[in-house]
Design a protein around this ligand. Structure first.
Ligand code: AVI
Length: 323
C-alpha cells in the first residue's frame, strides 16, 4: 500500500469535499446537474480513451490528422528555448507530435489533476527526449495555479487540445482564455483544438455510439458517486441521453431517471420524478469565425487555423495581446 504524506492526505480530503459539495449542490438544484470534470476518475479516463477510438467519435482522429499534417507549421510559432504548457495533459500522444517537430522547445509543463498519469507520462517523455526539461504540475487547470519557477524566464506556449474548451460554457471558456493569457504572458502563443459545427446526424452519432461506451462513460458518474460518496444510485434505473441543440450549437448529455425514485447521497435523500434528468455535460461546437471572436474577446489574436480534410475539427493558433 502506498504511504501518503500528511499533505497528500489533506489534498485528497480537500478534493473529496469539493466533489461532495458540487454533487450535493448539483443534485439539489433545479434542473439537476453535475459538472463534467468529475467524469474523469480512473474508470472514466479509461472509458474516455475507449470513446476516442470509436468509429462514430471523429474529433480525436481528425485532430490527430491535423497535427500529423501541420506539426511543422505549428512548431514554427514556438520561440527557441520556449516552455510548452499543456492544460489537462492526460496521455501525451498529441504533444509528442509537436515535440517531435519542435526541437526549439526547452521545457514541457504538463498540467493535470491525475498525479499517477503525470508521473507515468513524464518518465516516458524524459526517456524519449533526454534534453527536454519535463516539469509536471498537479493541478485542476480550471482553477488558478502557478507555473514552475524554472520556466519563469522562458517564452511560454500553451497547448489545449481535444476541444475540452467546448465543455465550458462560453463565459467560462472566455474566462479560461483570459486566465491562461495572464499566466502565459503577453506575446505567448496558444495552440487549441476546437470541434466544429456540422451535420446534426454526425454529432448525434458521435455521442450515441452503437457500442454504448458513451452511455457507460455518462453512467460512471453515478457509479463514482456511489464509490466515493457512499451513494446508492441504481445504475439500471438511469438512461443515457445525448442530443444536438442546433440553436445553442451544443451537444447536451443527460442521465434520465427511468422511474420515480429516491436516491441517498452522503446521508441526503434526493427525489427524482420519472423522466427527470441530471444534465451532465455540454459540448459546444464552434465555427472558425465564432471561435476566433471568442478568443478576440478574451485578449487573444487569431494568427492561423487549420482543419482536417472534412472540416470536422479545427486547431487554432492564437497570440496573447493582453486583456
Ligand atoms: C473531453 N470532451 C471534449 C469530450 C467531448 O466530446 O465533449 C467529452 C465527451 N463526452 C462524451 N463523449 C466525449
Amino acid at each position: 500500500m502506498a504511504v501518503q504524506t500528511p499533505a497528500a492526505v489533506l489534498d485528497a480530503a480537500a478534493a473529496d469535499s469539493a466533489f461532495l459539495r458540487d454533487v450535493v449542490a448539483g443534485l439539489t438544484a433545479r434542473p439537476k446537474r453535475l459538472p463534467p470534470k468529475y467524469f474523469y476518475d480512473e474508470t472514466g479516463a479509461r472509458l474516455f480513451e475507449a470513446i476516442t477510438a470509436l468509429p462514430e467519435y471523429y474529433p480525436t482522429r481528425c485532430e490527430l490528422a491535423i497535427l500529423r499534417e501541420r506539426a511543422p507549421e505549428i512548431a514554427r510559432l514556438f520561440p527557441a528555448g520556449s516552455a510548452l504548457v499543456e492544460f489537462g495533459s492526460g496521455s501525451s500522444r498529441k504533444v509528442r507530435m509537436l515535440l517531435a517537430a519542435a526541437p526549439a522547445i526547452a521545457a514541457y509543463v504538463p498540467v493535470d489533476i491525475s498525479f499517477e498519469m503525470l508521473m507515468k507520462e513524464a518518465d516516458a517523455l524524459r526517456r524519449d527526449h533526454p534534453r527536454l526539461a519535463v516539469l509536471p504540475v498537479e493541478a485542476d487547470f480550471t482553477r488558478p495555479f502557478s507555473l514552475p519557477a524554472a520556466v519563469a524566464g522562458a517564452a511560454h506556449v500553451g497547448f489545449f487540445p481535444g476541444s475540452t474548451i467546448g465543455n465550458f460554457e462560453p463565459h467560462e471558456a472566455a474566462a479560461f482564455l483570459r486566465h491562461a493569457g495572464a499566466m502565459l504572458g503577453r506575446g505567448a502563443a496558444l495552440i487549441i483544438g476546437v470541434d466544429l459545427v456540422k451535420d446534426a446526424g454526425v454529432l448525434d452519432a458521435a455521442y450515441n455510439d452503437a457500442a454504448g461506451v458513451t452511455a457507460e462513460f455518462n453512467l460512471n458518474l453515478l457509479a463514482r458517486i456511489n464509490r466515493e460518496l457512499g451513494g446508492d444510485f441504481e445504475l439500471a434505473s438511469f438512461a443515457h441521453r445525448a442530443f444536438y441543440d442546433g440553436a445553442r450549437r451544443r451537444i447536451e448529455m443527460h442521465l434520465v431517471s427511468r422511474k420515480r425514485q429516491q436516491v441517498r447521497v452522503a446521508g441526503r435523500a434526493i427525489e427524482f420524478y420519472a423522466g427527470e434528468t441530471i444534465h451532465t455535460e455540454n459540448s459546444y461546437k464552434y465555427t472558425l469565425e465564432s471561435f476566433a471572436a471568442l478568443a478576440r474577446g478574451a485578449g487573444w489574436s487569431p494568427v492561423a487555423a487549420w482543419t482536417d480534410a472534412g472540416a470536422n475539427f479545427s486547431i487554432h493558433a492564437l497570440v496573447f495581446e493582453g486583456a
